[in-house]
Design a protein around this ligand. Structure first.
Ligand code: PBG
Length: 323
């Protein structure tokens, strides 16, 4: 009779033993809560494809931010749905535009008690739904878009954002935005670069959230899901251009990229658990096919285990309460 020499199961015998040896722990400060604000609603409005997520009013977004503070979250990331969209995304650079107003309301409400972030991109504001301005032939004009991002960055920082999230995947966007912020005396405004952002089907429900009807697709600027090396190049460029943090997006289908990026750079790495990842779990749980809470915590733990410091997640408040 021969007995096993090694018994890894000993460290799994009780909850106390498992807790002792857990290599990854979740903390509310790991989570960043994305928040949507809509200009034309009088009451918080549910988003059909993201059950439990709301389009906020200026009043309700203040409360949501205060709740994020109360739960000890690391940050909130603001997105806005303007009343009017046009080809240039004018509302994005209007000092009284909905995103700027939401940022100043939130800043007034929570001050510096949580990191206030804003999405720095044009797709929420353009009528064609692309992340930049278009040339006559319909292609996205990289350098003309940078000028729009520079203007937006100053407006968002002046409105109260602590950290800006350039998310349009234009070449040179981090360096350009950093330069404009510095020239404008906004040296302390940080940049969380959406460095490795894929042309992903998992952004589907987000289009409902910001009411974007995209014409065409984003494959000329967002990355091909087939590539990982390309992400390393993108994050290295962004760090060299002045990114304070970098992001991989989506999270769950790109955990290998999260790991490689974490190993490659010396800045904190965030991963965005996007709308489709959220919707997928919510739909399965609503059918009784998944244990909702266990699944949520497992996905968040996986992202942290892959190396990310922060996770943008629509479950931020709920997950913080589960811990
Ligand atoms: C761009 C942006 C998008 C998301 C965050 N920032 C949409 C896109 O690039 O297509 C998606 C977030 C999500 O799906 O949860 N402004």
């Amino acid at each position: 009779m021969s007995f096993p020499q090694d018994r890894p199961r000993r460290l799994r015998t009780s909850p106390a033993m498992r807790r002792l040896v857990a290599e990854t722990r979740l903390h509310p400060a790991d989570f960043i809560l994305p928040l949507f604000v809509k200009e034309t609603v009088d009451e918080p409005t549910p988003i059909a494809s993201m059950p439990g997520v709301l389009q906020h009013t200026l009043g309700s977004v203040r409360k949501a931010a205060a709740e994020a503070v109360a739960e000890g979250l690391g940050g909130v990331m603001l997105f806005a749905v303007p009343a009017h969209k046009d080809a240039r995304g004018s509302a994005g650079t209007d000092p009284h535009g909905i995103l700027q107003r939401a940022l100043s309301e939130v800043r007034e409400e929570v001050g510096d008690r949580i990191v206030i972030m804003s999405d720095l991109c044009l797709d929420e504001f353009t009528d064609h739904g692309h992340c930049g301005v278009l040339r006559a032939d319909g292609s996205v004009d990289n350098d003309a878009t940078l000028e729009r991002y520079g203007e937006m960055a100053v407006r968002q920082a002046e409105a109260g954002a602590h950290m800006l999230g350039p998310s349009g995947m234009m070449d040179g966007q981090v360096g350009y935005v950093r330069g404009v912020l510095d020239e404008s005396g906004l040296q302390d405004t940080a940049i969380l670069a959406y460095s490795a952002k894929y042309a992903s089907a998992f952004f589907g429900p987000f289009r409902d959230a910001v009411e974007s009807s995209l014409q065409g697709d984003r494959r000329t600027y967002q990355q091909d899901p087939a590539n990982a090396l390309e992400s390393l190049r993108e994050v290295r460029l962004d760090v060299a251009e002045g990114a304070d943090m970098v992001m991989v997006k989506p999270a769950m289908s790109y955990l290998d990229v999260v790991r490689q990026v974490t190993d490659a750079v010396d800045v904190p790495v965030a991963a965005y658990q996007v709308s489709g990842e959220y919707a997928m779990v919510e739909a399965a749980a609503a059918n009784g096919w998944l244990d909702r809470e266990r699944t949520i915590l497992e996905t968040l733990t996986s992202v942290r285990r892959a190396g990310a410091t922060s996770v943008l997640t629509y479950w931020a408040v709920e997950a913080a309460r589960m811990l």
